[in-house]
Design a protein around this ligand. Structure first.
Ligand SMILES: Cc1cc2nc3c(=O)[nH]c(=O)nc-3n(C[C@H](O)[C@H](O)[C@H](O)COP(=O)(O)OP(=O)(O)OC[C@H]3O[C@@H](n4cnc5c(N)ncnc54)[C@H](O)[C@@H]3O)c2cc1C
Length: 299
């Protein structure tokens, strides 16, 4: 985690100390400005932390691997069949456009897409869109990152990046709220990319994409019962690659008869966003604009 100011760097070092002292987690190295510069070839950062116990992965390959493992265990995956309504009961009945499924348990794993299916949770989990680009393979990747690490910085609208196996820089930055994606994702992400790495201002960007994730007001995930035999877990607030897998385990335990971890996690505070489903996006746009202005002003 790279920090823009000395104050933020001190706060991240304090977090590392806290984890070591209270949880015995000692894998985090505290970095000063020159140590960060040895790893990340950007003069923008004042310090940070490096977690040697963490890792990064190729998320599409991970998803495909999970699907393969689920199918090998007997799961049938129906793609392109959006659920339109769930009728609670024993069993519950799940309605799609062309058919119905009877289910002993229903898990709503729709994260940033709770939408009309799940009004109550939709007020607690706000969909936001986030964007990435990939550069052409870099001839000198060491001029950007000197180790095979994944970086996130500490801005409210954060930047995050890593090198691919073929030495492209995959860089994420910039968000939007609501259902629309910007027309030109390349330009949207080139701006923060160039701010962090001015040496890449003319680099060719070969790919650009975006997706929708779910955030909560507290940035804590939301576990809830949404019917007699209906469960949901979502709102991982940008940490879902690891957290959604863990949530899957907790959901499976619950269905198998041991709800202790699910019930504990359901107690995490999860207030609704102001404005309800209709007004929360415009209100959030205002709030996020304010926070990104603070990022720019460094306050
Ligand atoms: C651009 C981007 C970058 C990210 N970067 C990171 C990162 O660096 N690290 C990290 O930890 N997390 C990151 N995340 C977040 C992470 O991807 C999510 O937290 C994670 O995918 C959540 O998994 P999930 O299975 O709960 O939900 P999702 O992966 O969002 O899956 C929800 C599924 O529900 C389906 N669905 C929606 N509505 C219906 C319906 N009505 N009927 C049936 N199916 C429906 C959707 O098609 C989708 O397949 C990022 C997300 C985005 C978009």
């Amino acid at each position: 985690e790279a920090s823009f100011s000395q104050k933020d760097s001190d706060a991240s070092h304090a977090k590392a100390d806290y984890l070591a002292k209270h949880y015995g987690y000692t894998e985090i190295e505290c970095l000063d400005k020159s140590a960060v510069l040895n790893l990340i070839k950007s003069s923008r950062y004042s310090g940070g932390i490096l977690d040697w116990g963490a890792g990064h992965l190729h998320p599409l390959r991970y998803s495909l691997g999970l699907a393969k493992a689920a199918e090998a265990a007997g799961t049938i995956i129906y793609e392109g069949s959006a659920v339109e309504q769930v009728q609670d009961g024993t069993p519950s009945i799940v309605h799609t456009k062309h058919g119905q499924v009877k289910a002993g348990y229903v898990v709503h794993a729709t994260n940033g897409y709770h939408g009309s299916l799940n009004h109550k949770q939709a007020t607690r989990v706000l969909p936001i869109n986030n964007y990435l680009v990939a550069t052409a393979p870099l001839t000198d990747p060491q001029s950007v990152l000197t180790k095979n690490i994944a970086v996130a910085d500490n801005r409210f609208v954060l930047n995050y990046y890593r090198l691919s196996h073929d030495n492209r820089l995959i860089f994420g930055g910039g968000e939007s709220y609501g259902t629309k994606f910007p027309r030109d994702i390349f330009s949207k992400v080139r701006h923060p990319l160039t701010e962090i790495f001015p040496q890449l201002k003319d680099v060719e960007l070969t790919h650009a994409w975006g997706g929708t994730l779910g955030i909560t007001t507290t940035r804590l995930p939301m576990f809830a019962r949404v019917g007699s035999h209906q469960l949901t877990a979502s709102g991982y607030s940008g940490h879902g690659v690891a957290m959604a897998g863990f949530a899957g385990l907790v959901l499976a335990e619950t269905i198998a008869g041991n709800a202790s971890r699910f019930d504990l996690l359901s107690k995490l505070p999860g207030p609704a966003f102001p404005g309800g489903q209709a007004l929360r996006s415009p209100i959030m746009t205002l709030a996020m604009t304010w926070f990104s202005l603070r990022d720019k002003l460094g306050v």
